[in-house]
Ligand binder design. Structure first.
Ligand code: PLP
Length: 404
């Protein structure tokens, strides 16, 4: 079992008072907090190790390059990739999807081709595809959800055809918590000869993603949702696809040789890492990944399951509160609405009690429209949250109701 008290002591921000009350942080699906080990690792990099990578002739530059490439190896192992050159550092999930949409999309899509997305998608897995569809004449089709908030697999297989060139779907919904059975979706895409990208932004904090077992073509995630810094993220891509893709951005570090006549590209992953990368953040990401791997996903999963079950039963005791979505498998987040109140008012009222939740469309406006609500309030729980904090949420909501 997770030692939650010990884990709490490793996150310094949890000792802060907010509005005179001890912080109850239930916005983990937006960003997780950072443990001391990660903060210290970044600080050590800047204090004692600062230097640029892949170019200096001196000791620190060499050590920096080793640390940066070691972070890449940690990510490779974490996502189960075969080769560390299949790991590209980006700024986050958003940049990873944009990279694939522009580089792979512009080289491979033509008028009449189809891109399949789903109703669960975050704007960062919609808008880049809309931009590339506009440029290439490809069409976007949308996999619906069922009444529970699960992706409708039968509808998906009917949408798939020889016109489908790319399927790009989330592994876990940031609004309903839906955990998508990814492997099944990958197999069906491949049976039609389509490529598939998995948005693992929410998935990485509750499960070991495994690109080899899933056999997905691309996978994207962000560091800041797995106890690591902002500004760093990952794109995994199968080597043969990355090698065939044109660069996304041009600049230093991504070239083999530059001449006025013709410039040639560096090998992957460097072809996709133009300019100086976020070195300290990559090293911090390694520390964040090591941190969760040391805790172990079996225990993390079991604890998240427990806290989700407690949160659902506790919140359902509140009159006039509706929980939105009831997927077959759900990560530890709950979207809800209070009758007669806009979600953002609910968010502001519980904030007065020191309870941090998210309220709004969660970057999923098409999903809000499908659900028929303008917004939801969302409480998302992770390894340092306690059952007592679920009670604090309930009490803050009961108090909020007095003002509604
Ligand atoms: C957070 C999130 C994103 C976007 O991540 P960024 O870090 O903002 O790039 C994409 N998809 C899902 C499911 C998310 O939860």
């Amino acid at each position: 079992m997770l030692n939650v008290e010990k884990i709490r002591s490793e996150f310094p921000i949890l000792t802060r008072d907010i509005r005179g009350k001890t912080l109850v942080y239930l916005d983990n699906a937006a960003s997780t907090l950072k443990p001391t080990v990660v903060i210290d690792r970044i600080s050590r990099y800047y204090n004692l190790e600062t230097s640029n990578v892949h170019r200096g002739a001196h000791y620190l530059a060499e050590q920096g390059t080793i640390a940066f490439e070691d972070a890449r190896e940690t990510v490779r192992n974490f996502v189960g990739a075969r080769d560390k050159n299949e790991i590209i550092f980006t700024r986050g999930t958003t940049e990873s999807v944009n990279l694939v949409a522009h580089s792979w999309g512009e080289a491979n899509l033509k008028a009449g081709d189809e891109i399949l997305l789903s109703e669960l998608e975050h704007h960062s897995n919609i808008v880049p595809w809309q931009i590339v569809a506009e440029k290439t004449g490809a069409l976007i089709r949308v996999i619906p959800i069922d009444a529970h908030g699960d992706l409708d697999y039968d509808a998906y297989t009917k949408l798939l055809s020889s016109k489908t060139k790319m399927v790009s779907i989330t592994a876990t919904s940031n609004v309903l918590g839906t955990i998508v059975p990814v492997k099944k979706f990958v197999e069906a895409a491949h049976a039609q000869g389509a490529k598939i990208l998995i948005d693992a932004a929410q998935a990485v904090s509750h499960q070991r993603v495994d690109v080899t077992a899933w056999d997905c073509d691309f996978l994207a995630f962000s560091g800041h949702k797995i106890y690591a810094p902002y500004g760093i993220g990952v794109l995994y891509g199968k080597a043969e696809l990355l090698e065939a893709m044109p660069p996304y951005q041009g600049g230093g570090s991504m070239i083999s040789e530059v001449t006025w006549e013709k410039t040639t590209w560096a090998a992957v992953p460097h072809k996709f890492e133009a300019g100086t990368p976020a070195i300290a953040d990559a090293v911090g990401l390694k520390t964040g990944i090591d941190y969760v791997m040391n805790l172990g996903f079996e225990d993390i999963k079991a604890y998240k399951k427990e806290i989700l079950a407690y949160a659902k039963s506790t919140l359902s005791e509140i009159p006039a509160l509706t929980i939105i979505g009831s997927p077959k498998e759900q990560t530890s987040l709950v979207s809800f609405n209070l009758e007669g109140a806009h979600a953002s008012d609910v968010g502001a009222l519980v904030d007065q009690q020191g309870v941090a939740i998210r309220a709004g469309h969660h970057c999923c406006q098409p999903l809000m429209r499908k659900l028929g609500v303008p917004a939801t309030a969302r409480a998302s729980f992770t390894i340092y949250n306690t059952l007592a904090e679920v009670d604090a949420l309930k009490n803050s909501l009961l108090k909020a109701k007095e003002f509604i």
